[in-house]
Design a protein around this ligand. Structure first.
Ligand SMILES: Nc1ncnc2c1ncn2[C@@H]1O[C@H](COP(=O)(O)OP(=O)(O)OP(=O)(O)O)[C@@H](O)[C@H]1O
Ligand SMILES: O=P(O)(O)O[C@@H]1[C@H](O)[C@H](O)[C@@H](OP(=O)(O)O)[C@H](OP(=O)(O)O)[C@H]1O
Length: 430
């Protein structure tokens, strides 16, 4: 079962069950709904590799018996937000973008459309978020008359941004993310750190269909029709080692060139235009300066509203005013939620400032996941440690000092200071 250590930033404070960078990502892990039973039955017994948090190996039946985890697709497993940003040609985005996930032809995704049509929407909560248009309304779910909807099912898990196909929703509030060893190490260490209440509970590695996954708490599990926002933290979104690799063995990427041109045809240099490719580090730096990453130390990556409307079109959301507007749209007029977020972020900042893990790791590409619902519950957690690496002792970071190559600083806390500042400014507006 999940970690029960989450502290919530709302009144009343309550607890709830509380993440891999895949080497290669495939399509989104949207799953077939009504097929799940038979699919699950077809899943052969699988090995579960646990980390030190649960230092033993068990087979999948054991896991299911004791934790209730289903290692088959979750009936409501979905990945719904799309990159509706300044595009990127569908072809260039195929390996990554959720917008393409449902058309990528992988089996869970391909049955997704059928499932959508069959599924009743619990609580009338629309989960079929827009896939290709900013702030697009979800497709019609048909009537929600109690007489016509099938029995309630658990609400589906929703992936706002990130690599398509990295996740599978599990039962009992669990989420499986494609395993990378770096993220496993971080999550494992975080379970022993003061930051534990601010990250998803981690439950080790689980093997499914020949792939390993890091098993963690689904942070949405205890919300009803949640609104979700992913904010990528820090002033730098690539590792120093990526820079070194790019110098040693440059690997210009056509897909990133295409994504760049889609947003700004004038952005590539003559040389890049000639190659029709850009280096990843160059692309990442360009993304940083286009958005608020460089100027504020964080950027909004995606938002899914409670009504299912989804927006990942924030590549050019840069100025304080633009950021504020997006945050205002996300939080709405509810001061309680805004207060809840602010309180939680301030608590997090205090804990970060004294965390051993944080002091000794370069935290790059990590996000804060904001979740609230109309009951007033609001929570923020750190997610995505796929690009978080331990520093060579005795090096430590303060996460506020500006980055110069070699100092490994990531600007995470500076970004959090700015985020708190912006939200504080907005408080009187709500
Ligand atoms: N523990 C969790 N509970 C609920 N939702 C989660 C959790 N972890 C991730 N998500 C969802 O999945 C999305 C992507 O997560 P994450 O950043 O870990 O993936 P990624 O593929 O590594 O992303 P990136 O492209 O930044 O490397 C988040 O925006 C969020 O919507
Ligand atoms: O948001 P965009 O503009 O689509 O760009 C992606 C984003 O910056 C991701 O963070 C990055 O994954 P990592 O953080 O894991 O490096 C990915 O690299 P990738 O294509 O090499 O996966 C980029 O394509």
């Amino acid at each position: 079962m999940g970690d029960l250590n989450h502290n919530w930033s709302v009144d009343p404070v309550w607890s709830a069950n509380g993440s891999t960078n895949s080497a290669k990502r495939t399509a989104a892990g949207a799953a077939d709904g009504d097929d799940v039973q038979s699919h699950c039955e077809n899943v052969p017994p699988q090995r579960v590799i646990t980390c030190d948090v649960r230092p033993h190996r068990v087979d999948v039946d054991t896991v299911m018996r004791f934790s209730g985890l289903s290692v088959g697709p979750h009936p409501d497993e979905e990945s719904l937000c799309s990159d509706s940003g300044f595009g990127g040609s569908p072809a260039s985005l195929l390996p990554r973008k959720l917008s393409n996930a449902s058309s990528s032809g992988l089996s869970p995704a391909s049955s997704f459309e059928e499932y959508e049509d069959d599924r009743g929407c619990p609580d009338g909560c629309p989960h079929d978020a827009a896939r290709s248009v900013p702030w697009k309304k979800p497709r019609s779910k048909g009537t929600t008359s109690p007489l016509s909807v099938p029995p309630r099912k658990p609400q589906p898990w929703v992936q706002v941004v990130g690599h398509a196909g990295s996740f599978h929703a599990g039962d009992n509030g669990m989420l499986l993310k494609q395993h990378t060893e770096g993220e496993r190490l971080c999550l494992q260490r975080l379970m022993e750190d003061s930051l534990r209440p601010y990250v998803p509970g981690y439950h080790g590695v689980v093997r499914r269909s020949d792939h390993d996954y890091n098993m963690m708490d689904d942070l949405l599990a205890h919300f009803s029709c949640p609104a979700i926002m992913d904010c990528k933290m820090g002033t730098r979104t690539y590792l120093e080692e990526d820079l070194a690799k790019a110098r040693e063995r440059p690997q210009p990427r056509h897909d990133m060139y295409e994504k760049m041109v889609d947003v700004d045809p004038g952005a590539p240099t003559d040389e890049e235009n000639a190659m029709q490719a850009v280096l990843k580090t160059r692309y990442m730096q360009w993304r940083e300066t286009l958005s608020s990453t460089t100027t504020m130390g964080f950027r909004i990556e995606g938002i899914k509203m409670a009504d299912g409307v989804c927006n990942t079109n924030f590549k050019r959301t840069k100025s304080r005013e633009q950021v504020m507007q997006a945050l205002k749209d996300f939080v709405g007029p509810n001061a309680r939620i805004m207060n809840g977020y602010l309180r939680r972020l301030k608590e997090l900042r205090l804990v970060l400032e004294s965390s051993d893990f944080f002091r000794t790791h370069e935290v790059v590409g990590s996000s804060l996941l904001f979740v609230h619902d109309d009951t007033g519950k609001a929570g923020v957690w750190m997610i995505d440690f796929g690009r978080t690496v331990a520093l060579p002792p005795p090096l430590t970071l303060d996460h506020r000092t500006p980055w110069v190559e070699g100092n490994r600083e990531d600007g995470y806390l500076w970004g959090l200071d700015n985020l708190i500042d912006v939200l504080s400014d907005m408080l009187p507006l709500t």
